[in-house]
Design a protein around this ligand. Structure first.
Ligand SMILES: Cc1cc2nc3c(=O)[nH]c(=O)nc-3n(C[C@H](O)[C@H](O)[C@H](O)COP(=O)(O)OP(=O)(O)OC[C@H]3O[C@@H](n4cnc5c(N)ncnc54)[C@H](O)[C@@H]3O)c2cc1C
Length: 297
């Protein structure tokens, strides 16, 4: 019986593991190696580690956890339930693990635009988060990708980083008169034509080629297409979700299920590595305090 099972070994899960390991708790982390930012060349906006590669950051975290005797299993968790006073976790190899408390730190997955040429530039000159990659794209000719009305907010936001912003709705025309006036007032260009493909070199976007043959010079792209949970364990356990598919938590990362905590992108807050790590730390402290109360004689 573990004190705590943590599912997800990204920044949220590992920082929870660090606090709990340092609190001398018996902890295991399960991770199947798909951190959300694995496409990115750099992890920006984390004080002291700004610009470090995401892999280097996670490798360093794993190394640091060794001295606190936190087990890390490179395995996928297939199911999780609460039964007879314990969380019961099954990995995909059929092994059953039990714990007193459980942390879900399983993160989100981005719904990626279906565009030819996208994959080789994703994480290098195509991004979704201006706080992560806006600085590196400053003053560039920025394309914002969002079908229907999804890209309006992102396009307006990108004016913070560049004067040259164009919103591409890729063949959809749901922008109304007010939207168009707002975008025009803020000097955002709009292109509603369908995109044929993206063209670039060594990961750097150079132009967007439209289906009618027009070629438009662009140097960076930001997209706004939504996210989904990386796995369905939150649903299996009966967590409450927001209308956007994010798990609802309270101040110290508690979910609506007693003993179950959720940290990182999977629950509601700013989606940055430093915030995910902080939420993991909060969950770790809250769980340790809960265990202390249960153990007090
Ligand atoms: C392209 C890109 C670039 C980004 N750049 C930045 C940046 O520069 N700065 C920044 O602060 N943020 C950046 N982000 C956001 C950042 O990636 C997230 O905020 C952060 O990774 C959230 O951490 P997390 O621990 O919640 O989830 P994740 O890092 O996604 O980790 C979740 C882990 O859980 C594992 N997992 C999921 N389900 C299971 C299961 N059933 N069994 C076992 N393991 C499971 C996954 O394999 C994964 O390793 C970027 C995101 C993207 C997509």
């Amino acid at each position: 019986m573990y004190d705590v099972i943590i599912i997800g070994g990204g920044p949220a899960g590992m920082n929870a593991g660090m606090i709990l390991g340092r609190s001398r708790r018996k902890v295991v982390i399960f991770d199947n190696g798909k951190p959300r930012n694995r496409w990115a060349v750099a992890m920006n906006g984390f004080l002291s580690s700004d610009g470090m590669s995401p892999k280097e950051f996670l490798d360093k975290g794993r190394e640091e956890l060794k001295k606190y005797n936190v087990d890390i299993f490179n395995k996928t968790v297939a199911s999780a339930t609460y039964s007879k006073g314990a969380f019961v976790v099954n990995d995909t190899e059929g092994t059953v693990h039990r714990s007193r408390k459980l942390i879900l730190a399983t993160g989100l997955r981005d719904i990626l635009p279906d565009l030819e040429g996208f994959e080789e530039m994703y994480g290098k000159s195509i991004h979704h988060c201006p706080y992560c990659d806006g600085w590196e794209s400053k003053d560039m000719a920025i394309a914002v990708y969002g079908q229907d009305r999804k890209g309006i907010g992102q396009a307006l936001a990108m004016k913070n980083w560049s004067d040259k912003v164009t919103l591409y709705t890729d063949g959809t025309s749901k922008l109304n008169r007010k939207d168009l006036e707002l975008l025009s007032r803020n000097e955002v260009e709009v292109c509603t034509k369908a995109i044929a493909r993206l063209q670039g070199k060594e990961g750097r976007l150079q132009r967007i080629i439209l289906q009618d043959g027009e070629e438009r010079e662009q140097q960076a792209m930001f997209f706004s297409t939504g996210t989904v949970q990386q796995c369905d364990l939150g649903e299996q356990l009966g967590c409450e979700f927001t209308s956007k598919g994010i798990i609802k938590t309270r101040r110290l990362q508690q979910s609506n299920i007693p003993g179950l905590y959720v940290a990182g992108d999977a629950d509601r807050d700013v989606q940055l590595v430093i915030v995910a790590a902080a939420e993991g730390a909060k969950a770790g402290v809250a769980i340790n305090m809960e265990l202390q109360k249960e153990e007090r004689k």
